[in-house]
Design a protein around this ligand. Sequence first.
Ligand code: GLU
Length: 481
Amino acid sequence: MRFRFAPSPTGYLHIGNVRTAIYNYLISKKYNASFVLRIEDTDMERSSRESEQSILDDLKWLGIEWNEGPDVGGDFGPYRQSERFNIYKEYTERLIRDGKAYYCYCTQEELDIMRRESLLRNDDPVYQGRCRELSNNEKKKFEAEGRKPSVRFRLPKEETIIINDIIKGRVLFDSENIGGDFIITRPDGIPVYNYIVTIDDALMKISHVIRGEDHLSNTPKQMLIAHALNLPIPRYAHHALVLGPDKSKLSKRHGITSVNMYRRNGYLPEAIVNYLAILGWTSKSGEEIMPIDEIIKEIDIEDLSNKPAVFDFQKLKWINGHYIRNSPLNDITELSLPFIMDEGYCLDETDKDWLQKVISLLQGKCDLLSDISNLAGIFLKDVQEPDEEADELLNQEESKIIIEKLYTIISDDLDMNNFANDLINRIKENTSIKGKKLFMPLRAVLTGKLKGPELDKAIELIGFAKSKERISYFYDKYANK
Ligand code: GLU
């Protein structure tokens, strides 16, 4: 068995599209089969090498590995369509020679007029085959006029095309109903997707094509081309698409859709792979948190969903939180450091053991690596300015009493071996304010926030010097006015 993922490098890797890559990858792993990465870069205007590189980087980051592809080569390359034009040309010549394709000299203006006329007659606006049976003289005349021909595929008359789709079941198309003789090579010599995907899938010996159901309507064209060229036809499996919460195709206006942005926002690759795998596939146990190895064991092509799945941003975040909390501390520390440095902190002089303790404390509270870096200021800044909520609370009379007491306590002799607990115990003893009303202002002074990691552990890590500095600062800011 051989599988493939065939992205067009015209932008960032989309979260919906990468699900297709993930399915192909997981299932190829399951069957110990080859997984091919083919770059479909024939849209010269929109494709770029930068975009190709970012797709490769994102796939690698997700842990998706391919056995053959533009960077690693393989027996069936080249793996970029733009490097295979001579192959397609040979096949086009063969189709023309066999009368299965023909040159079409119609200009865009003529096609537009024909289209409008068809619409006026209430006919389907499809190509009516004006150049289907041109004589050699007619061709010469057009060429003498300087017209550059496209090449059209000659659709067979009244043929039923049957797709035995692994997910969709039996799907029938009528050759009369798939849009008329379609262009396989444009006048500028660039061959089109439906045509070359067929040749490539066959020459790359792809046995199974798993892709989104938006490609189902392309499949009859691809099968007819394969048939005309006597090429093998792969098994098709068209899975349902990912939708936004409003049930339209998932797009930017619903939230983040590029894999790259998820990476930059502090998601872990295993969480993304896990979430996308269960979005459109259900494990037998109904379990949702599944490491990739278990998914590989259980998943199969026929179990992929035929019903569109709504992308749940919150659930992905929740799954990410699970992976953050359950990953080894060393890994989370390594992964968090670049995020913390991106917040502008220099960690060169920072004690590594202390930093690891900080991250360990935050690991239990955070869903994203960027949450960890957002909260890191609690420990790294000299004074953590209060956020809006904390400021509001600290302006209240009761808070001022607490700040004054803290100021006295911190100037006193504290037990340095146990200073966080000593500080907390003393403030408890020295005020009649209790519970939340005491602890929220205490937290606000020491961390600048009303929410965060366990307070006693946080104060211990903030340390005496910074705690003292913060209390003095807040004393001046709120109490000593
Ligand atoms: N390049 C096509 C796309 O990105 C591939 C479609 C296919 O899998 O055949 O949509």
